[in-house]
Design a binder for this molecule. Sequence first.
Ligand SMILES: Nc1nc2c(c(=O)[nH]1)N[C@H]1C(S)=C(S)[C@@H](COP(=O)(O)O)O[C@H]1N2
Ligand SMILES: [Mo]
Length: 452
Amino acid sequence: MRPDGPPPGPARPEFWRSPLRGPWLTSVLGLVLLVGVTVLFVTGLFSYAAYNPGLGAPNDKTPDKGLLGFYLFPWPAGPPWLYRLNQGVHVTLGVVLVPVLLAKLWSVVPKLFAWPPLRSVGHALERLSLLLLVGGVFFEFATGLLNVQLDYVFPGSFYTLHFYGAWVFIGAFVVHVALRLPLMVRTLRSRGLRAELRTPARRTEPEPPDETGLVAPDPAPATMSRRGALGMVGAGSFALFAVTAGQSIGGPLRETALLAPRGRDPGTGPNGFQINKTAESRGIRAADIGDGWRLTVRFGEREEVLTRQRLLELPQHSAALPIACVEGWSTDDQEWSGLRLTTLAALVGIGRLDAVDGQEGRDGPDGPDGREAPEVRDVPDVFVESAQLAGSFRSAGLRANQVRDPRSLLALRVNGADLTPDHGYPARIIVPANPGVNNTKWVTRLTFGARP
Ligand SMILES: Nc1nc2c(c(=O)[nH]1)N[C@H]1C(S)=C(S)[C@@H](COP(=O)(O)O)O[C@H]1N2
Ligand SMILES: [Mo]
């Protein structure tokens, strides 16, 4: 034994014997992850922008982000399915990539035991970047999956951890891709995917040894082809897709979302769609939302206090909109009806009330008859508060472009029935393309032109 050689065990190249391990398999899996992780990162950034963190604390779960918020932009109020699509892709793809990620780590696992652990400063830096890469990816997947699957159990806020974790990870990821991309392209060119997929186990040979050190020096005979290995990963991903995607796609497929805790069995009737936080769980008491409930609308010095009966006497409008949660589940479009936010703005002197509602659209859905909502300029942002006393989702800001949209409602009814307490009775916000968390339930106060 060489005195400076690796100790017996996984640090020795001979320890790893799979004939499948090699740069080609690693490159195929790497390419899938390169595309997948890029989509995850971009949809993740969009998701943060969709919260409209610029509106202040209730909307911003990472107020200390500093320069990391450089890309933020006002989130559009439509098309209505925009956030639904973004989060459906983000969460479903994250789940589906798990087998690919595990296979990729398996394919390079000998490198984690490389001996000697630190050869030079450059080598030390490379290993540090790999530590951030592997640690970062596990951290992002773990926090993401926990947030989707369980009542979040990680210590610390999901939002901050997932957000900062994403930036640390993506830094390491960019370095890794920059270092490995040329090798990946070369390797993928060296063996045709199609030929490889036609090769059965008995003809499967190890890749030629090369500088990557992934190829086993003493390979065992193949018990599985590369086609089989990729097929196994693909089947795993497909199975996860099949039991997850229904929560975001909706319709009859909702029943197939076996892995989605909030995707299924929301009951029947007009209010028979998902409930994330029940009234009871948020500490909403019967008295908070009973006959004594009032809505206060305020703009500067002007204030109106309205009963639900009074709200129902004002012009009602409807809009077919989904609820889409950061967790990836969403509802199909529901027919919400109530007051346009512009109508409420007009009550406190923003725009003219008659210009906003006039005689048009009373009690009917807009659209089919082709009547456009009159344009309302210069509406300010609005700060929405609820009867909920504590918790980070008790209030939220909406940006002027959202307030202005004729589909943005303070909903009193859904699918022809009064809201149930769990869906936000007496009144809830519903805005196209708005993340679920900003569609505040049990609303008690709207303050126009105010930021918290
Ligand atoms: N006051 C209040 N409103 C709230 C919440 C909350 O905890 N408190 N949860 C939000 C979240 S995270 C989502 S996804 C939607 C879910 O609405 P639903 O339960 O009617 O489907 O409500 C939002 N409105
Ligand atoms: Mo949510």
